[in-house]
Design a protein around this ligand. Structure first.
Ligand SMILES: [Ca+2]
Length: 185
């Protein structure tokens, strides 16, 4: 499936809702330019001014994503944050909308900004479900020597017994008719 490009989005501080819906397993690439001034400079003591990769200091627990790079671009899908940057790729584990922000516990004093482009490569076509093939049922062949129903020429005990009864009834009827005929003479 083709990769789609979105943006650019300006990110300087707080969350930027992109409106981009991605699926779990999609490949999301962030490509960013520009610098963010993270503020907090005291008497010109030098606020960090960084690109979207942030800096290598350990990230305080009070930051939105303590396990990701401090003062970097971070991207949320669902409930998790993923690492963005000048050229970083992540794969969300659940589906949802992409939200961008700085990994900064005080985004209100930031200035300048990053320009972020997103490239989303869908995980792929939905899985192909094979058509349902009915199982092949072999025809039922009665075992040799047995037959399913009564019939001429069969020598099994039940058929022979029936034939004997029929013959006996016929003989009784013939005898009675003959007797009646003789009485009229
Ligand atoms: Ca700040």
């Amino acid at each position: 499936m083709a990769t789609k490009q979105y943006g650019p989005f300006g990110v300087v501080g707080a969350e930027v809702v992109t409106g981009i819906q991605v699926q779990a397993g999609d490949i999301v690439r962030t490509v960013s330019e520009g610098l963010v001034d993270f503020g907090g400079a005291i008497l010109g003591g030098g606020a960090p001014i960084l690109n979207a990769d942030g800096d290598s200091w350990s990230t305080p627990g009070s930051y939105p994503a303590p396990s990701l790079r401090k003062n970097s671009l971070i991207c949320k899908v669902g409930v998790r944050w993923y690492q963005g940057g000048t050229d970083k790729t992540f794969t969300p584990s659940e589906s949802g909308e992409i939200i961008l922000r700085t990994n900064d516990d005080n985004p209100g004093d930031n200035s300048r900004g990053w320009t972020v482009n997103l490239y989303v490569t869908p995980v792929g076509d939905p899985p192909v479900i094979p058509p349902v093939v009915p199982p092949v049922v072999p025809p039922v062949v009665p075992p040799v020597g047995q037959s399913g129903s009564g019939h001429a020429g069969c020598s099994c005990s039940c058929c022979c017994a029936n034939q004997a009864i029929v013959a006996q009834v016929a003989m009784t009827a013939i005898t009675a008719i003959t007797a009646m005929g003789q009485r009229h003479d």
